[in-house]
Write a protein that binds this ligand. Structure first.
Ligand SMILES: [Ca+2]
Ligand SMILES: [Ca+2]
Ligand SMILES: [Ca+2]
Ligand SMILES: [Ca+2]
Length: 420
């Protein structure tokens, strides 16, 4: 009997031990089950929610179908052919919902990068691509609480910039001249923030001032004009662009500017030519002394040129600074044609109180003023990266160099490969 009782107690202890063993493990099993179930629920919900929800981005609130927008520009697969890297792609988004309400922001993404947020109509701007390439654009509409209410489809387009890079030198095969230019650039002090210097080569046979460009083949051509004033109006090279060349001898500074302009509009003469289509030189003949002076002084010149008024008057010049009078000693010839005009001219050095010399350096910006449909200037593009008529510290640089007789060198280099 006693023995029997002892066995019972032992048995109960064994059961209790087993129970304790099971209850010891039970919390872990419960825990693993909870984690497992949570993960399953999480993935089920995540699959049904918009992707943004878990990545901290604003959640979609409004039904996407309630917003209706489209790209008026660019169109699908449109390709843009530009002649300069300053040209822009017009971007315009239209849609009644966004145009009739002030409650939306339009975020524009190009190649998935946010480049502009517009918050009122018209939803348009000009985008300047830095390089040739294939792009895609889409718009994301957000409400004022930054919730995404619509994302448009991606519109592919392409940009091809012909003259990627800067100044084109037609004397590239003449190694001496390029070496000379590099050496000068190493030693001279110029305002590099305003752009690379423009070189003017000495001419041994002066160009004939007749409006024809045929005697300018051997000279450097500058075409990298930058929109500088009212630049928001700049759209493309057909609206306003140019190619500028100049040369010099002991008597004169000669220049040729070929302007591309879709609408020639010069209603004025005399002291008002700067309100119509015109070209302006601003020159600081004492750059070294005035390097840190922003205001115009006695050795600076602001000279305007017109190809003639709308009724066909002769080309003319006007010196805005310092004299406020026409530059009568300048010789000018101009041609107007569909899509632009050309001005060729010579300015005697004595009019600038200057004696030219090899490696002479001056502050210089040539600007093209474009007037199309308004009564005054709508856009200015300049040879310097920035430009302000009244601030000579925005001027670029012009360097006179003697590269030898180009006509003679050109004949020699076409018969021999070795340069002297
Ligand atoms: Ca000529
Ligand atoms: Ca124009
Ligand atoms: Ca000066
Ligand atoms: Ca014009």
């Amino acid at each position: 009997m006693n023995n029997n009782n002892n066995n019972k107690i032992k048995k109960q202890n064994k059961i209790r031990k087993q129970k304790t063993f099971f209850t010891d493990r039970f919390p872990y099993i419960t825990f693993i089950l909870i984690i497992g179930l949570s993960l399953i629920i999480f993935f089920v919900i995540k699959g049904k929610m918009p992707l943004n929800f878990f990545s901290g981005k604003p959640a979609t609130v409004t039904s996407e179908s309630s917003i209706d927008i489209y790209f008026a520009s660019p169109s699908k697969n449109q390709s843009f052919e530009f002649v300069s890297s300053n040209e822009t792609v017009p971007i315009e988004i239209k849609g009644k919902d966004i145009e009739n309400s002030n409650n939306y922001n339009v975020n524009i993404y190009i190649n998935d990068k946010l480049i502009k947020t517009l918050n009122s109509a018209p939803f348009k701007f000009n985008w300047n691509p830095s390089q040739t390439g294939s792009y895609n654009i889409y718009a994301q509409i957000t409400d004022k609480n930054n919730n995404v209410v619509f994302t448009s489809e991606k519109i592919p387009f392409a940009v091809d910039i012909k003259n990627e890079g800067a100044t084109e030198s037609t004397t590239a095969e003449n190694v001496n001249i390029n070496e000379k230019k590099s050496k000068i650039l190493e030693k001279v002090n110029y305002r590099s923030q305003n752009g690379e210097p423009v070189f003017s080569l000495k001419c041994y046979t002066p160009p004939v001032i007749d409006g024809n460009a045929d005697d300018w083949e051997l000279y450097d051509k500058f075409s990298s004009f930058t929109p500088t004033i009212l630049k928001e109006n700049y759209t493309n090279a057909k609206d306003c662009s140019g190619v500028f060349s100049s040369c010099w001898d002991k008597d004169n500074y000669y220049f040729l500017i070929q302007v591309t302009d879709d609408v020639y509009n010069q209603p004025y003469n005399g002291n008002q030519i700067n309100k119509g289509d015109s070209v302006v030189f601003v020159i600081d003949t004492d750059l070294e002394k005035d390097f840190n002076i922003p205001f115009l002084n006695g050795d600076d010149f602001q000279i305007e040129f017109s190809a003639g008024n709308n009724s066909g008057s002769a080309p003319e010049s006007f010196v805005r600074w310092p004299s406020n009078s026409p530059l009568n000693s300048a010789v000018l010839a101009a041609k107007k044609y569909s899509g632009g005009y050309t001005i060729e001219g010579s300015i005697p050095w004595y009019a600038l109180n200057l004696t030219p010399s090899d490696e002479f350096i001056m502050g210089f910006t040539v600007s093209i003023l474009d007037t199309d449909n308004l009564e005054s200037t709508e856009l200015v593009i300049s040879s310097s990266r920035q430009f302000d008529f009244n601030n000579v510290s925005t001027l670029g640089t012009l360097i006179l160099i003697d590269g030898g007789d180009l006509q003679k060198n050109n004949q020699t280099s076409s018969t021999t490969t070795k340069s002297n």
